[in-house]
Design a protein around this ligand. Structure first.
Ligand code: BG6
Length: 504
């Protein structure tokens, strides 16, 4: 006899409460912003949710000569300020003795010897079994030094050993195709690909993970998911904030490297990929890679017409920004996936800072109806095509707009919306991306991490755009007002295809 567990919609399935294996997470760059704002609150929430249990420790490593107590105080302050859940004394009392800190220069082999000794002591005390997850929350020019330091200290064990060593590498993963390849080569000197976890925090967002579930756990959308029914797709990542204190980083990065090469292409591949053979990391990542390989290459003669860059007025007055900077803070462009399913369907990508609203979403605009049965002939032009929107953030959810008869004695057609909200369906805010990603890396599941071949293929695609704009810097910057939807040229870009941006 089989037993079926009935789980009410909205409650987590008991089998879906994953737990990390015994392990120590070591964060390099432990005094930085990412650690304080994201990583430590994520570890705290994993502890609060029971995903990490007794055989767990977190060790910070950085140059600053902090004591263990100072580090713990910083973690506590970070959790109090940035965690999605309030700091609970019960959870903190559990976590605090599992924190440790090792200070030292990453160039000095003695730092890694001290780290090794600290980790072995924690293994003894907490039973963490020699398993290590190293997180490189540092600038990419330090990756090599740290990886070699770890290797030379014997802190990296080969895959297949009874214990594991895994490394999470933060973005930006290179700043060009060439540097990405160099970085991959450097990582591969020390680690096997199965030990390398290249993080793109977008992949850890609940709503981004749900793209696959929405597509492959429902049968009704798949028949529509192609060029026959979809007219075009708009992927928007709009932020209301400017670059703030990250002017120096942004000057050398710009929106194409910061958002398009990674976050937006990851979302695009999830939307456009074929169903994988299974949910295994390599099956999923193999299908995503095929989408990247099918992207139509931008060429020097198409880039000036197809890629609109913008910079918000006031960007040049931000700290650490050059007074004549040409770093773009906005981009809009159509992308084509040249394969059987998507031939001729533009995926319009748009990203920008200081925009009118904070919204990240994917909107699938369906084909218009061929003929209107209601009213006079040209009315079908006024019947709005269906739009299916996956709202990544904020107000996470899914909406479907369709036409409906307006109550009354005639056939007036009007658009209405079906709206699924995460907060209503599941209660509360979805967990932070870093929680899921840290847990997955501890469990050795690389599905939500970027693979080497995909990272290089995405750089290969974007490189001609970077090259063109590096050699022909746009002359009209700054060209949009803070609080707007970007430069007018972005409107013209989509209007020339007789379409409009959806400005939610
Ligand atoms: C980061 C970028 O990767 O993503 C930032 O470097 C950007 O510039 C951020 O603000 C956006 O992330 P989120 O999760 O706030 O959408």
């Amino acid at each position: 006899m089989t037993t079926r567990i009935e789980v009410p919609i909205g409650l987590p399935h008991p089998q879906q409460q994953p737990e990390a294996p015994p392990c120590i997470t070591v964060v390099f760059g432990a005094t930085g912003d990412l650690t304080r704002r994201k990583l430590m609150p994520a570890l705290y929430n994993l502890a609060a949710g029971g995903h990490v249990r007794d055989r767990f420790a977190a060790v910070g490593c950085a140059r600053r000569p902090w004591t263990r107590e100072e580090f713990a105080a910083q973690v506590k302050a970070g959790v109090s300020e940035f965690s999605r859940n309030e700091l609970e004394p019960r959870v903190w009392e559990w976590l605090e003795p599992r924190l440790d800190y090792v200070s030292g220069d990453f160039k000095d082999p003695a730092t890694f010897q001290r780290l090794k000794a600290a980790l072995e002591e924690l293994d003894e005390k907490l039973g963490t079994a020699g398993n290590r997850l190293f997180y490189l929350a540092v600038s990419p020019d330090e990756f090599g030094t740290i990886l070699r330091g770890l290797r030379d200290a014997g802190l990296i064990v080969a895959p297949g050993a009874p214990t594991f060593s895994r490394v999470i590498v933060e973005k930006p993963f290179g700043r060009s195709l060439e540097t990405a390849r160099q970085l991959n080569g450097l990582v591969a000197e020390v680690l096997d690909e199965s030990q390398t976890f290249r993080i793109d925090h977008y992949l850890g967002k609940e709503t981004v993970q749900n793209i696959m579930v929405f597509r492959f756990a429902n049968s009704m959308f798949e028949p529509l998911w192609n060029r026959k029914y979809i007219d075009h797709v708009q992927i928007t990542a709009a932020e209301t904030v400017g670059v703030g204190s990250r002017g120096k980083f942004y000057e050398s990065t710009g929106v194409l490297r910061d958002i398009v090469q990674n976050h937006l292409l990851e979302v695009l591949t999830l939307c456009a990929m074929e169903p994988p053979n299974s949910g295994d990391a390599d099956d999923v990542r193999g299908e995503k890679l095929k989408v990247l390989q099918a992207l139509r290459m931008p060429w020097a003669d198409t880039v000036p017409n197809d890629v609109v860059l913008g910079q918000y007025r006031g960007y040049r007055d931000e700290p650490d920004v050059a007074p004549d900077s040409v770093a773009p803070t906005f981009v809009a462009l159509p992308v084509y996936v040249d394969n059987w399913r998507w031939q001729g369907v533009p995926f319009y990508l748009r990203a920008g800072k200081k925009m009118a609203r904070r919204v990240t979403e994917v909107a699938f605009h369906m084909q218009p109806i061929p003929l209107s049965l209601f009213g006079n002939g040209d009315l079908c032009e006024h019947v709005e095509p269906n739009v299916l929107t996956l709202r990544i953030q904020p107000e996470e959810g899914i909406t479907l707009s369709f036409s409906s008869k307006m109550p009354g004695h005639d056939f007036t057609v009007t658009p209405v919306v079906m709206d699924m909200k995460y907060t209503e369906a599941f209660g509360g805010e979805p967990p932070e991306a870093y929680e899921r990603l840290l847990l997955d890396a501890m469990r050795g599941d690389a599905t939500l991490f970027s693979r080497r071949d995909a990272v290089e293929t995405s750089w290969q695609w974007i490189q001609p755009i970077l090259d063109y704009w590096d050699s022909h810097p746009p002359r009209d910057l700054p060209n949009y007002d803070p609080g707007s939807w970007g430069p007018e040229a972005a409107d013209r870009l989509i209007q020339r295809d007789r379409r409009q941006w959806r400005n939610p």
